[in-house]
Design a protein around this ligand. Structure first.
Ligand code: TEU
Ligand code: CA
Length: 536
């Protein structure tokens, strides 16, 4: 039996502070807004709250470009607001984990401003500088939110390395002074009562740009081990790393006890991606199942898995793998049970629990995200049609996840008392909102609540948390079916992933349905029907 950890029974809720709840009417979500909604989160049953960056930032990448790690973005409030939030969350049994952006900072950070002063500045070596080659960048590495990963500094003539926007210079992890300053910062937050970290693109910190190695670099694990020892290890905190390129070996290394508790990997969320996220391929259901089976098996008895559909970088899952035309509610619940029935720690991204959908962006002025805007501009230059590009952005752009949380049917979805919001509210808030779903026992929200509580406590908790996973009917084109077993007790999840009826597969004689998205369950599975059976 695996060693038990306090977070094994937890479901994590992710908040994007700019979009969750505005407390002062300026149209921007804030920390006091999160505090206002803690009762809602407690009622939902979540026990870990991951809050995206709330630090000082010029917001080129909405807070993932940090200019002061130990200060609060004034738009979000003050340090006193943060302290209050931590305390109030703690009172409700909710542990707050913060986003650690350790691969890069903002070009407005004091370290970078100092570094720009010249080659002799003590902070120069906090970043990665190289001379150009024949008047060009040192090599052809590319960045995520701009073309080249090297940016020339006219004053010194040297280039600095950045894997994201030009305004997000990469930190130089080879410099121990820089590393220890980051550790001090982490310990500062641990001292404030933070219970752990979600580590942004942590897989990139071991980079070796001269050899064109970015993810999974040679020094990656030594750095993480050192960071763990210097900060969170042995303090009963919770850590999760963001690792787009994690393979099984890497992942087991991350979770070997000396590094992180778990990592996010996204294989099941890129199966319909071609060259990049806006190059959309047909959805391959069999590949999806195979991917889940593979990762569930890897973590069968070591390490731990993060179960995730949605986050602030992804389009809304019900719009992607569900069906928002005719089976919005059914498919949202089906997706929820399919994921939450598996082994690992489930993550719920704000609004996922009420079935929030993608937005239909029809003009560039509605967009905020640097990734989408840069994509739109670059592709337009190549002669592509703006309408078509906006269609792709509406399907996959990050702003889909960032439209304000839909609390009720009043103006601006009850997100703000103000007239305007920093990003448009999805017009479907009149029907899709928390208030409507709270008063409806058949809602997506209530379904999520049931799943979260079932994992946390009660009769099926242990089975859901520790039960062995076995995929069934892996070659079936419509049905996602698996069992979780422990000491002869068994749960079976059966989901129909299509909009037509299919024959319901046979289950064990003692199995009875304990949860479903249809009131009546017969010998066929209705469109998007999902069932949870138990033999105990
Ligand atoms: O995202 C990691 C990352 O690699 C992104 O480029 C991701 O691939 C992209 O958003 C998918 O469309 C993290 C954060 O989650 C993201 O919000 C930040 O913009 C990024 O790091 C830079 O800090
Ligand atoms: Ca505000």
């Amino acid at each position: 039996m695996e060693e038990r950890k306090w977070w094994h029974t937890a479901t994590v809720y992710q908040v994007y502070p700019k979009s969750f709840k505005d407390s002062n009417g300026d149209g921007i979500g804030d920390l006091a807004g999160i505090t206002e909604k803690l009762d809602y989160l407690q009622d939902l049953g979540i026990t870990i709250l991951w809050i995206c960056p709330f630090f000082r930032s010029p917001e080129v990448d909405n807070g993932y470009d940090i200019s002061d790690y130990m200060d609060i973005n004034p738009k979000f409030g003050t340090m006193a607001d943060m302290e209050k939030l931590i305390e109030e969350a703690d009172r409700r049994g909710i542990s707050i984990i913060m986003d650690l952006v350790a691969n890069h900072c903002s070009d407005q950070h004091r370290w970078f401003q100092e570094a720009l002063k010249g080659k002799d500045n003590p902070y120069r070596n906090y970043f990665i500088w190289r001379d150009g080659k024949d008047g060009k960048a040192p090599n052809d590495l590319k960045a995520a939110f701009s073309l080249d990963a090297w940016q020339k500094d006219e004053k010194s003539g040297q280039y600095y390395f950045h894997q994201f926007a030009v305004e997000q210079p990469d930190l130089n992890w080879a410099n121990p002074a820089m590393r220890h300053e980051l550790y001090d910062m982490m310990n500062f937050w641990i001292g404030k009562g933070i219970k752990g970290f979600r580590m942004d693109v942590i897989e990139l910190i071991g980079k070796d740009p001269d050899r064109k190695i970015t993810a999974n670099g040679p020094m990656l694990h030594p750095y993480i081990e050192e960071m763990a020892r210097e900060t969170f290890l042995g303090k009963n905190l919770f850590t999760v790393g963001e690792c787009w390129n994690a393979n099984p070996d890497e992942t087991l290394r991350y979770t070997n006890g000396k590094e992180l508790d778990m990592v996010f990997q996204f294989d099941h969320l890129v199966i319909d991606e071609g060259k990049n996220k806006f190059d959309i391929l047909p959805f391959d259901f069999l590949k999806l199942k195979k991917t889940f089976r593979k990762w569930q098996e890897i973590f069968a008895d070591r390490g731990w898995y993060a179960l995730v559909w949605d986050n602030h970088d992804l389009a809304r899952i019900v719009s992607r793998y569900g069906n928002t035309d005719r089976y919005w509610k059914e498919s949202a619940k089906m997706l929820a049970l399919t994921l939450h029935g598996m082994k690992g720690t489930p993550y719920v991204y704000e609004g996922e629990e009420i079935g929030m959908t993608n937005m239909d962006f029809v003009s560039k002025s509605q967009l905020d995200d640097i990734e989408s805007i840069n994509f739109l501009e670059a592709e337009k230059e190549k002669g592509r049609d703006e309408k078509e590009l906006l269609r792709l952005i509406s399907l996959r752009g990050r702003d889909n996840a960032r439209t304000p949380m839909q609390w009720d049917a009043t103006r601006n979805a009850g997100f703000t008392s103000g007239e305007t919001t920093w990003l448009c509210v999805n017009p479907n808030y009149r029907s899709i909102n928390v208030a409507a779903e709270e008063s409806d026992p058949d809602s997506i929200l209530c379904f999520y609540k049931t799943l979260i509580h079932m994992r946390k406590e009660g009769k099926y908790s242990e089975l859901l948390v520790y039960g062995r996973f076995d995929m069934l009917m892996e070659d079936d084109e419509h049905i996602f079916m698996y069992t979780r077993t422990l000491d002869g007790r068994r749960l079976t999840v059966v989901s129909n992933w299509g909009d037509s009826e299919v024959e319901a597969p046979a289950v064990g004689n003692d199995d009875r349905i304990i949860l479903s998205n249809y009131r009546e369950n017969g010998s066929v599975l209705k469109p998007y029907e999902t069932r949870l059976y138990a033999n105990c």
